[in-house]
Design a protein around this ligand. Structure first.
Ligand SMILES: [Zn+2]
Ligand SMILES: [Zn+2]
Length: 183
């Protein structure tokens, strides 16, 4: 019988694995054609319209279900080969919860203002990727893998095009709206 601490470590390693998948999925799948043009185009649509036409978070979860089931099966299968059932189940649980958090957090970064300094910092981290340089800051929920792979870029302020920001953007949190060009 596994100790609770073993299950907690297993679930945490699932969440860490997921954060690496999140990074690679975004960097390789979203910004190159190596995982297919369809994946790249879906992500480029997010760059053109970060609010994605107002599509609800639960709709995104539903759309990603086949992908999550496939990746989840691979993670569960791989950990089943190495560990026993409860540990493999904990790894799977951690990775699925990590996915739900990652997808949800990314969605909210484009839809509502953060309430904490850490939230504002993470939003700026992601908005650097969107509006400054699409070759940096691939991590949605943390800068860890960007630091590991050398794609981290810091910014105190980010200048945004006024037509692609959420209505509740707080300019005091390090965001500056670009002036509309007058004719
Ligand atoms: Zn991107
Ligand atoms: Zn985004």
């Amino acid at each position: 019988m596994e100790q609770p601490i073993q299950l907690i470590v297993a679930a945490s390693s699932g969440a860490v694995t997921l954060s690496l998948i999140e990074y690679l999925h975004h960097r390789v799948g979203g910004h190159t054609v190596r995982l297919g043009e369809r994946l790249r185009e879906a992500h480029q649509a997010h760059h053109r319209d970060p609010q994605e036409g107002g599509v609800a978070l639960r709709t995104k979860y539903r759309q990603r279900l086949p992908l999550v089931a496939g990746v989840g099966s691979l993670i569960a299968g791989a950990s089943w080969l190495v560990f026993d059932g409860p540990i493999a189940a904990a790894v799977l649980t951690g990775s699925v919860l990590g996915y739900l958090y990652s997808e949800g957090y990314h969605h909210h970064m484009h839809h509502r203002a953060p309430h904490t300094r850490v939230g504002a910092w993470l939003r700026r981290h992601h908005y650097v990727h969107h509006f400054v340089d699409t070759k940096v800051n691939y991590g949605f929920t943390s800068p860890v893998w960007d630091l590991v792979f050398g794609t981290y870029k810091a910014a105190e302020t980010v200048t945004l095009p006024p037509d692609r920001v959420p209505a509740d953007l707080d300019p005091g949190m390090g965001f500056v709206l670009r002036e509309r060009r007058s004719r």
